[in-house]
Design a protein around this ligand. Structure first.
Ligand SMILES: [Zn+2]
Length: 55
């Protein structure tokens, strides 16, 4: 599932893929600790949940 994270350098919204984590009672996703901005190329730390799902 894709989530929208905001770049900490330029403020651009970046779509980051979250891997589904198998769980019986809730839907969880695993995102990378850091993501690279497509706009400025900067590395930003992924924010804590809840995350905004990308359309
Ligand atoms: Zn950026």
């Amino acid at each position: 599932m894709d989530f929208v994270f905001v770049c900490g350098w330029c403020g651009t919204e970046c779509v980051v893929w979250g891997d589904p984590v198998v769980s019986w009672w809730t839907q969880k996703y695993q995102v990378p600790d850091e993501f690279e901005c497509w706009h400025c190329g900067g590395e930003s730390t992924s924010p804590p949940p809840p995350w905004t799902p990308a359309d």
